[in-house]
Write a protein that binds this ligand. Structure first.
Ligand SMILES: Nc1ncnc2c1ncn2[C@@H]1O[C@H](COP(=O)(O)OP(=O)(O)OP(=O)(O)O)[C@@H](O)[C@H]1O
Ligand SMILES: N[C@@H](CCO)C(=O)O
Length: 320
């Protein structure tokens, strides 16, 4: 399913000569994932992951790959992209952009406990701090501008009540983005898609964040909200689980303390994070890019979460 471009060992052997990894010994396609073609490759230097990018182009990729390299070089647990002899992280393979990154140990923790949420919170805060001196700027391509152009494309597919919810929320978020509170929020490179399936654990030990291909510059608080809305909820109801919420927020706060403005923005940001994925899922559901490639994610999950974040009291952020 997730190998759209096939690569054999015979294809790989000459191509790999430009990387300092010795000979390619084996290649196997990775079944999960819906965006790119991914392979585990065994080389004389160890195991790596080869990704062929099916949608992103040579102009967009340096931001993601150089960000990962920047973070990995400074001790944030993320896959390290490997440069070729010319220092390039992204090289054509079968006419498409491709990259080799280090393989993370472990597997995704799909039933996280407080201990896992604390690990994710602390690493997320470190990632934000260490991203501060990353010099390339690329906007989060799934933020307010994209919401404003995408909402009109999907409204006609929605029920009356959902159309109202979507219109109300885009109006709320557009107005909130103009407030001094929003403008005071700290920004920098964020992952923006740090769901359970994009983090590896070995037991209770976090071994890395991966799948940076929705990353971009945005508020740090938006990243926290996206992460809380996936890691710290009851998946069936969308309700926040306060034990996990507090574990993640306290661990984040211990590394990078939340500000007063962030406390004031917390509920709008939890709403924004729910809205972003409701909208992208609705969009993918009704207007799939390549229908044959995708089993669309369920949009109603994030509609439910958005309704809860709008209507329920929000647990407070820790304060200095
Ligand atoms: N650096 C890595 N180390 C170990 N395993 C990895 C790494 N990168 C990807 N994988 C494995 O490959 C699978 C697919 O990767 P990924 O989620 O990045 O695919 P995708 O098609 O880009 O994503 P998605 O469907 O999440 O948008 C992951 O679930 C993971 O098991
Ligand atoms: N995490 C996104 C998919 C894009 O990686 C979602 O669950 O809608």
């Amino acid at each position: 399913m997730a190998v759209f471009t096939s690569v054999t060992l015979e294809d790989l052997t000459p191509w790999m000569k430009q990387f300092p990894l010795g000979k390619a010994l084996n290649i196997r396609g990775i079944a999960s994932g819906i965006e790119n073609s991914n392979f585990f490759i065994d080389t004389e230097q160890g195991e790596y992951v080869l990704t062929i990018f099916e949608n992103l182009n040579f102009e967009q990729l340096p931001f993601y790959l150089k960000l990962m390299r920047h973070l990995a070089d400074r001790g944030v647990l993320v896959p390290a992209p490997i440069a070729n002899v010319d220092g390039e992280l992204c090289v054509a393979l079968h006419g498409k952009p491709a990259a080799i990154v280090s393989k993370l140990n472990g597997s995704s923790q799909m039933e996280p406990q407080a201990v896992h949420c604390a690990e994710v919170g602390a690493m997320l805060a470190r990632m934000h701090l260490i991203g501060r001196d990353f010099t390339i700027h690329q906007a989060n391509l799934r933020s307010l501008d994209w919401w404003q152009t995408t909402v009109p494309k999907v409204l006609s597919f929605l029920s009356d009540t959902n159309r109202q919810l979507m219109q109300d929320e885009i109006a709320f978020q557009s107005a909130f983005a103009l407030t001094p509170t929003y403008k005071a929020l700290a920004t920098g490179p964020v992952h923006a898609d740090l769901f359970r399936n994009n983090v590896m654990f070995d037991g209770e030990q976090l071994t890395g964040f991966f799948d940076f291909y929705f990353a971009g510059c945005d508020t740090w608080l938006f990243d926290v909200a996206v992460t809380i809305n996936d890691w710290c909820i009851d998946l069936a109801s969308g309700e926040l689980d306060l034990t996990r919420v507090n574990a993640m927020l306290n661990a984040y706060h211990a590394v990078r303390p939340f500000t007063l403005e962030e406390s004031q923005a917390w509920q709008p940001m939890l709403r924004a994070a729910a809205f972003r994925f409701w909208l992208s899922r609705v969009y993918d559901f009704y207007q799939p890019r390549d229908a044959e490639m995708l089993t669309p994610h369920d949009p109603t999950h994030f509609e439910r979460i958005l309704r809860l974040r709008v209507s329920q009291p929000t647990p407070a952020l820790p304060q200095m």
